[in-house]
Write a protein that binds this ligand. Structure first.
Ligand SMILES: [Zn+2]
Ligand SMILES: [Zn+2]
Length: 114
């Protein structure tokens, strides 16, 4: 281990940190953003985007028909491996298949009934 200098270790550490930061940036952003946004006078919920992602369909606008959690989980795994989903997808009724809602915090306009 003599050929690894302290600066190399430090460089490796910084590199790893940067890599982690890049990967985790969205998570960190959502983690720290609430307090940051409030200090910046931004909406805590949406960060002044005025939109929040639908939690039911995770912003895709589509949900799987059926609703068996274990089946959906396996299907997710299958899809992540590059397979084609066997589960029929239907439009999300929560968000009218838009995948997002108007932020209730800063949008005073009620959703237009369709
Ligand atoms: Zn939805
Ligand atoms: Zn908002």
């Amino acid at each position: 281990m003599d050929n690894i200098t302290l600066s190399e270790v430090a460089g490796l550490g910084v590199g790893t940190l940067l890599l982690c930061a890049t990967i985790a940036a969205p998570k960190i952003d959502s983690f720290i953003s609430a307090s940051q946004r409030s200090s910046l006078g931004m909406c805590k919920k949406c960060g002044d985007l005025r939109l929040i992602a639908c939690s039911k369909c995770r912003g895709t606008g589509l949900v799987k028909a059926g609703g068996l959690l274990s089946f959906n989980f396996l299907d997710d795994m299958y899809q992540s491996l590059g397979g084609e989903s066997k589960v029929k997808r239907i439009k999300c009724t929560e968000c009218q298949a838009t995948g997002r809602f108007c932020c209730p915090n800063c949008s005073k306009v009620p959703p237009v009934p369709s």
